[in-house]
Ligand binder design. Structure first.
Ligand code: GAL
Length: 430
């Protein structure tokens, strides 16, 4: 380069920052973090917005790659395409055993420096920490603990339908649903999407087969349990519940169904506690405007999912010191108390770090934290199959198919569904 050109380049470099607005300058110099997630409902978008704000407060840019679709199937498809084409995001919502799968593919990057500096080993319960490590190295940060086996109720609607007592057994659930239907309400708000169908199915498994039955069927894949009489009972109960589901629920998003309970059109919804994020976003109060109960018959069991962000190796182009610090900052703030309080209060989950003051949470979250501790002692903590905690995506997808096909074929025989489940799981495990 001739001296004159170098001089011109230098002077341009020194003038350019002055021409940019100050925020952009900081962000560009400090780097960006791109996050793939599926939190697009009102309450969930607000929750993830807290993380965005905290990252931006440190001067980094947040690139939001939200992919609509509850349960995350659409987001996972996009993530795979991005990874295969060599342009992964910095972080993506990946859960449970899938973290190990991405690790095995060599696509994740360790964040041990952040974990060590911020004492994650003592901050996190060991079972959670273990899920976040691949070959002993932290490659993901957990954000929360969601309970899945909940029933959400609108007490005013139940009262209008003459339901005197919130249901605590399956029989009481059917009786309440009958009354709601007779009074012209939607008994059960439910969106007919595979993951929502399997959420109901899983709740019934816990209620009818208990924690042990669940483990035998969905962790050990025990043939007798999968095809036995109790499984027939589960599918028979699923068919019965189908009769109470929203007739307009085909393909409907979970949050639009939650809105029907919130607006007083429906009485109940079977959904994980992210449902609470919609109630909170609508300004409703737990315990008065709505009730949360363990799914009837599954009291004492706690099925859970842990939302976590896995950290991806950046492409050569994006692998800059600035982007790496943006990712490390994201990981760091995610486990700080400030984020854990606000995020979980909005999201409906409970904090994943130990020792936070639960009196700052509403009564559903307090009940959730107490039930989690009890279930941990009793050995009835259940990693959810419907939410990627106990199975690979392939096995989970096979179960989704069987359950949803059963629901769409009104003549399907409940006593044959277990056999189909078993074959589908076997095929997907190889
Ligand atoms: C789950 C996720 C929750 C919630 C839900 C509905 O997989 O863990 O945080 O987003 O999907 O989309």
């Amino acid at each position: 380069m001739k001296p004159i050109n170098r001089l011109a380049a230098l002077s341009l470099a020194s003038v350019l920052p002055l021409m940019l607005p100050p925020v952009v300058q900081a962000a560009q110099s400090q780097g960006a973090v791109e996050v793939v997630h599926w939190w697009t409902s009102a309450g969930e978008a607000k929750s993830v917005g807290v993380l965005k704000q905290l990252v931006e407060k440190q001067g980094f840019t947040w690139r939001d790659s939200a992919v609509a679709g509850g349960g995350g199937a659409a987001a996972m498809t996009i993530l795979k395409t991005r990874a295969v084409s060599g342009s992964p995001p910095s972080a993506a919502q990946v859960k449970g055993p899938d973290i190990q799968e991405w690790g095995r593919l060599g696509l994740l990057t360790p964040i041990d420096n952040v974990a060590k500096a911020n004492h994650w080993d003592s901050l996190l319960p060991e079972t959670v920490a273990d899920l976040m490590r691949y070959e002993g190295h932290y490659v993901a940060v957990p954000l929360n603990i969601h309970r899945i086996n909940w029933l959400w109720l609108n007490p005013e609607v139940l009262k209008q339908a003459g339901v005197a007592k919130a249901p605590s057994t399956l029989e009481e659930l059917y009786a309440a649903a009958d009354k709601l239907k007779e009074a012209g309400f939607i008994a059960l708000a439910h969106g007919g999407q595979p993951w929502q169908d399997t959420t109901v199915f899983e709740a019934l498994v816990l209620s009818i087969m208990g924690a042990q039955g669940f483990n035998q069927a969905f962790i050990e894949h025990d043939a007798q349990t999968l095809t036995g009489a109790k499984m027939t009972e589960v599918f028979t109960a699923l068919r019965k519940l189908q009769g109470y589901m929203d007739p307009d629920g085909t393909g409907q998003d979970w949050n639009l169904e939650a809105a029907k309970v919130i607006d007083g059109k429906a009485g109940m919804q079977i959904m994980g506690d992210w449902a609470k994020s919609e109630w909170t976003a609508a300004g409703k109060k737990a315990g008065t405007d709505y009730q949360c109960l363990p799914f009837p018959g599954s009291q004492g069991i706690y099925s859970y999912t842990i939302d976590s962000l896995a950290m991806f190796k950046l492409s050569r182009k994006n692998d800059t010191p600035g982007n790496n610090s943006a990712r490390d900052t994201l990981a760091k703030v995610a486990l700080e108390a400030e984020f854990q309080y606000v995020f979980n209060q909005n999201k409906g989950s409970i904090p994943v770090i130990k020792g936070l003051d639960m009196s700052l949470f509403d009564h559903c979250a307090q009940a959730s934290a107490a039930d989690f501790a009890d279930a941990e002692k009793a050995g009835t903590l259940i990693p959810s199959m419907a939410f990627n905690m106990s199975t690979s995506q392939a096995v989970q997808g096979a179960i989704f198919d069987v359950v949803s096909h059963f629901l769409s074929d009104k003549n399907a025989d409940p006593s044959k569904a277990g056999q189909q489940l078993r074959s589908a799981i076997l095929a997907a495990s190889h």
